[in-house]
Design a protein around this ligand. Structure first.
Ligand code: ATP
Length: 242
């Protein structure tokens, strides 16, 4: 891992209906990092993710992704893969056709749909319509769609939500291998602290619209060998007191 930031956020805010739900935030995600974004319900994780991937515009502040800001938005979007909230598909079309449509939309000609499906354990059902998929299979397909065009930055909002234990274990192996094989940088959110400890190397904590911590996981583990939970609750407490 080197120290070149792939995501750099400065003084980012977002106001909805006169309410500032994201207060001035700074964030830095290093190249080839797996950054685990943690925070209570409603803290602002999804809103920040949406701003990073261009689905929402910031109220104020600056976002730089892969060295680009607003100036090269198309190029930036082609290099981002994401799954935010519940993924939506063309229900009547097979999984592989959904990925094919995504590749066309992204302008990628040489995407490997069968490999992407295999990465998430869906290779045997690629020809089935998505309407026949279970919740966990849809999550897996959402991840396949996020990675099929081999983005440089992968942004996944609660990707293991709804996965079975095998799926969780598969993702634990998949994420670091995407970093190693395709030079990706991954930004993940999850409420499952234990799982974040398995995959992330950096932890960011947001509470009430403010990022209160951004720390290397190894440093946390040195101080909290018992696990992330105490560190997480302390950080929230610290955030509440400032
Ligand atoms: N479109 C919107 N209009 C108004 N308020 C919104 C909108 N989207 C999000 N919010 C508010 O912004 C705050 C942050 O929401 P967000 O979805 O980013 O939280 P989160 O950390 O992802 O939560 P969770 O863990 O529950 O998914 C919440 O108070 C939410 O009600």
């Amino acid at each position: 891992m080197n120290n070149q930031p792939v995501v750099k956020v400065e003084n980012l805010t977002k106001t909805f209906n006169k309410q500032e739900v994201i207060k001035p935030c700074n964030m830095s995600v290093n190249k080839n990092s797996i950054y685990g974004f943690l925070g209570p319900n409603g803290a602002g994780k999804t809103t920040i993710f949406k701003m990073l991937i261009g689905l929402l515009s910031p109220t104020t502040g600056r976002i730089e992704v892969l060295g680009m800001n607003g100036n090269k938005q198309r190029e930036m979007l082609r290099n981002i893969g994401s799954m935010i909230e519940t993924p939506v598909f063309y229900e009547h079309l097979p999984a592989e056709t959904n990925l094919d449509i995504h590749l066309s939309y992204m302008g990628v000609k040489d995407g490997d749909i069968s490999s992407a499906l295999e990465e998430v354990g869906l290779n045997h059902v690629g020809n089935q319509p998505v309407s026949q998929f279970s919740f966990g299979m849809r999550q897996r397909l959402g991840i396949a769609r996020a990675i099929v065009h081999k983005p440089k930055l992968l942004v996944l909002d609660e990707p293991i939500n709804g996965l079975d234990p095998m799926g969780i274990r598969d993702m634990r192996n998949l994420f670091p291998s995407l970093v190693n094989r395709y030079d990706m940088t991954i930004l993940l959110s999850s409420h499952i602290l234990n799982e974040m400890e398995h995959v992330a190397d950096t932890i960011g904590i947001i509470t009430n619209g403010t990022i209160v911590e951004e720390v290397n996981l190894k440093l946390i583990q040195r101080e909290h060998p018992e696990g992330l939970e105490n560190y997480f609750f302390n950080a929230l407490q610290k955030g509440a007191n400032t």
